[in-house]
Design a binder for this molecule. Structure first.
Ligand code: SAH
Ligand code: F3S
Length: 498
């Protein structure tokens, strides 16, 4: 699928395209109990365009939206908006800017609907969850509204929307569903279909940490972990389809507490051991983790060779006073201590983090402490955002008292430190041997293969025609000889792992 991504981790990023995946193969056996949802083989194939804002969780959910509509209605995903019969927007409300983009983009979609009145428009994700039917009040041309936990009900919502075509939003029934129906979503999702060697696997939904600035607990609900068996069955199926690297997803992923068959609870560290034992899976990533849940048993799991030498552990600020205001419930010493323990197990660990700049009451001294932390820990890369007041969060009652000009200046100063360390880290790869998952022939360099190193840098290396077939999906060793760009290097193949 082509997911059109507005990336809030890159506040000013423009729309871009990410990962293609297989179009739907209608392999339904006709035993589905809800026969009216079945796709008639004679009907023309409908196309769905899905635009995605926000985190990897949303990218994962968007793939699932394509899968469910494929399964129920034989729809195929298109990346050409003009060809689509159905337009879905998977939204993010983490910061105000992302939320505002929803309505400006919907304004563009309205024009498409004026040209093609049969177009069905759906809004899902966190803005939908937060706004509910207010979306249709502001944008009456939106046919259906669904939340992150109800995307599996898209087929019913779509049927209701087409049945009630032309009916005013306030008179429509059953075209808005932003409820939190426990974790049933995963029971209704079709088997994952993948193309390529990497896949996301959502292992838990929601967040119960209630950091004072964050809307996630309100838009995605309280934490709920998928049962262990469900997660492992999905990963087994991905591995059988050739996946070599999984990224376990959750808003508070290391807080995973999934039920086992015997009724006991599997914690995150134990899950990592199970996943590492799945045949074919040789690289495990996860995001996003909270420092409080980054316990010693997880650090110990880094003895497993499948664990990637990269950790994204958001700290948000280097000041204890700001951390307390954010209700992160730990101090900087706790964070540094955990990182040091991890570096003892894995000295080659690459670290990244998220930072919020200009939280209420952030003084120059608080900001200096954040800057110092970034310099001391020498992050591989990091995301940093200006604090955005979110309605309904505890921090929204605090005076947003850091002037915007000061926030912007601090952000620029901070990002310079981060960009410089990213650059230095990439340059320092020259001369080292990196473990690389080979993913494809490089688009712009057809005599080279392209893969990803542990630290997410893209790696190019020359390959023969035979190698261009044989090495796809394999882990190889590449000796880095050249810096190409802050996120890309080039080298020579020195070994094939498996
Ligand atoms: N679960 C993750 C965070 C998910 S949200 C964690 O434990 O940190 C992704 C990032 O968005 C956060 O890490 C934070 O840096 C940023 N963010 C969240 N709410 C924000 C707000 N109100 N203003 C600015 N940035 C915010
Ligand atoms: Fe948000 Fe904090 Fe959870 S940042 S997602 S409430 S860990």
């Amino acid at each position: 699928m082509s997911v059109t991504l507005f990336d809030p981790t890159q506040p000013e990023a423009t729309t871009r395209q990410v990962a293609d995946y297989a179009t739907f193969d209608d392999s339904s056996d006709g035993t589905d109990s809800d026969a009216e949802l079945m796709h008639s083989p004679d009907a023309p194939v409908k196309k769905v365009f899905i635009a995605t804002q926000g985190c990897q969780m949303n990218v994962y959910d968007s793939e699932k939206m394509g899968d469910v509509l494929g399964d129920s209605h034989g729809m195929v995903v298109t990346d050409t908006i003009e060809d689509a019969d159905v337009l879905l927007m998977n939204t993010c409300s983490i910061r105000e800017k992302a939320q505002e983009k929803v309505f400006s983009e919907l304004g563009r979609w309205r024009k498409l609907k004026e040209q093609n009145p049969n177009l069905v428009i759906g809004v899902g994700g966190c803005v939908a969850s937060q706004e509910g039917d207010a979306i249709q009040k502001r944008a009456p041309y939106v046919d259906m509204v669904f939340g992150p936990q109800t995307l599996h009900r898209l087929p019913e919502l779509y049927d209701e929307s087409t049945r009630q075509h032309g009916v005013k939003p306030k008179n429509r029934i059953g075209t808005v569903d932003v409820s939190f129906p426990s974790i049933e979503k995963f029971d209704f999702l079709p088997e994952p279909k993948v193309e390529g060697f990497k896949a996301f696997v959502s292992i838990m939904e929601g967040c119960s940490k209630y950091c004072s600035f964050c809307v996630v607990p309100y838009t995605r609900g309280e934490e709920l972990s998928r049962p262990l068996d469900d997660v492992l069955t999905e990963i087994d199926s991905l591995a059988e389809q050739g996946v070599r690297e999984v990224t376990l997803l959750g808003q508070n992923v290391n807080g995973y507490r999934g039920e086992k068959d015997d009724g006991t609870i599997c914690r995150f560290a134990e899950l990592l051991h199970y996943v590492a034992h799945v045949d074919g899976i040789d690289r495990i990533r996860y995001t996003t983790s909270h420092p409080l849940e980054f316990t010693d048993d997880i650090i110990d799991a880094y003895h497993l060779p499948e664990m990637v030498s990269h950790l994204h552990l958001p700290v948000q600020s280097g000041s204890n006073a700001v951390l307390a205001g954010m209700k992160r419930n730990h101090t900087i010493d706790v964070y540094i201590n955990q990182i040091n323990k991890l570096l003892n197990v894995r000295p080659d660990m690459h670290l990244s983090s998220d930072f919020i700049i200009g939280f209420p009451n952030e003084t120059d001294a608080d900001f200096e402490a954040t800057l110092q932390l970034a310099k001391d820990l020498n992050f591989d890369h990091s995301y940093s955002f200006i604090y955005s007041k979110r309605p309904g969060t505890p921090a929204s009652d605090l005076p947003d008292d850091v002037p915007l000009a000061v926030k912007k200046e601090r952000l620029a100063t901070f990002q310079k430190v981060i960009v410089d360390s990213t650059l230095a880290k990439t340059q320092a790869m020259v001369g080292t041997v990196q473990r690389v998952l080979v993913e494809q022939v490089a688009d712009r360099h057809p005599d080279e293969l392209l893969g990803t190193a542990d630290n997410m840098r893209s790696v190019l290396f020359k390959a023969s025609n035979e190698q261009k077939v044989d090495l796809l999906g394999k882990f190889v060793e590449v000796k880095i000889s050249e810096f190409v760009s802050p996120h890309m290097v080039r080298g020579e193949l020195v070994g094939v792992l498996r």
